[in-house]
Design a protein around this ligand. Structure first.
Ligand SMILES: Cc1cc2nc3c(=O)[nH]c(=O)nc-3n(C[C@H](O)[C@H](O)[C@H](O)COP(=O)(O)OP(=O)(O)OC[C@H]3O[C@@H](n4cnc5c(N)ncnc54)[C@H](O)[C@@H]3O)c2cc1C
Length: 281
């Protein structure tokens, strides 16, 4: 029988986390798969479980002064229905699992699970999201890109919880989101893509591109984006071969049961190319 805790406040949860090093359990949609023991058997957790999905401090979503704050345990269903949710994040949430998973699953779980195929990671990366990590000794704010250190690996300490995700609401003229999977629902990504562009006075004033499921962690390169920023729109097609060659060095997919490396790389590069040459949306 596994020990479990159901705290009523964040402070209580952080105290339990620091004393027991238990497993935070938000929606459980990754954990119940990871610890499954077979049909009809209870999941085989090897450490105490800390239920956090009920905590009021982690389940608020609100806009203030142009910044959206999403509590780590806000289920996808609520993010989809929040009127301030940027379209690329809404589309990513709508394509996660199916309604049953969207009712339980949370962005905090998606981020902390740190799968290279986590579908919220590319949109949150181009939104320049910051994460609040809290422990009894205080809080730190880190950029989402610095949070991941490898597949399934993050900088989260075992006395911390991810409590919130924040980003400024974006102002771009072109946006793009694509999830390439085997089916429309309940399919993990073979490749995922999120991007923004700001076109002003026939120039590319800004661009942000992120890709998922094609490297150990989400791929985003400010250096390559900077090579495109400030260029006349008429020069983009000419610059693309060199830019794509450089992205090709960052896109290092694996072959697994969902797809093969060559297919993933080809699709990822084609998505970048199509987006950069896309007209205003
Ligand atoms: C049928 C099915 C379909 C799915 N389809 C998709 C899909 O299309 N795309 C996709 O990206 N994922 C998919 N998933 C995976 C999963 O639903 C998501 O990753 C979801 O976001 C996990 O959230 P959760 O709240 O359920 O996480 P949990 O299972 O509760 O936790 C996941 C991990 O994060 C840790 N954790 C959770 N919250 C916190 C926190 N606040 N602080 C610190 N650690 C925390 C947990 O300890 C655990 O290690 C699918 C899963 C299933 C079962």
């Amino acid at each position: 029988m596994v020990k479990s805790y159901r705290p009523r406040t964040l402070e209580e949860a952080l105290k339990i986390r620091s004393e027991t090093r238990c497993i935070p359990y938000a929606g459980g949609t990754d954990l119940m798969v990871r610890y499954r023991r077979g049909a009809g058997l209870a999941a085989g957790f090897d450490q105490p479980v800390l239920f956090i999905g009920q905590l009021a401090e982690l389940t608020q979503i609100y806009e203030k002064n142009g910044e959206l704050t999403i509590g780590a345990c806000v289920p996808y269903r609520e993010i989809i229905h929040q009127r301030h949710t940027p379209e690329i994040l809404r589309q990513a949430c709508e394509l996660i699992g199916a309604p049953a998973v969207q009712n339980l699953g949370t962005p905090g779980g998606n981020i902390c699970n740190a799968s290279p195929a986590g579908d919220t990671l590319p949109p949150l990366s181009v939104l320049d999201a910051n994460l609040t990590l809290q422990s009894l000794s205080g809080e730190r704010n880190v950029s989402i890109l610095s949070f991941f250190t490898g597949p399934g690996k993050t900088i989260l300490r075992d006395d911390e919880l991810l409590t919130a995700i924040h980003f400024r609401l974006p102002h771009f003229t072109v946006e793009g989101y694509r999830k390439v999977g085997t089916r429309k629902a309940n399919a993990l990504s073979k490749v995922s893509f999120a991007a923004f562009m700001l076109k002003e006075k026939e120039m590319l004033a800004d661009i942000r591109i992120a890709l998922g499921a094609v490297a150990p962690t989400v791929v985003r390169s400010r250096e390559l984006e900077n090579r495109l920023i400030g260029q006349p729109l008429t020069d983009l097609a000419k610059l693309l071969p060199e830019i794509l060659e450089s992205y090709g060095k960052l896109i290092l997919p694996i072959t697994d049961q969902r797809s093969d490396a060559n297919y993933r790389k080809t699709i990822a590069l084609r998505l970048i190319e199509n987006f950069v040459l896309k007209e205003e949306s």
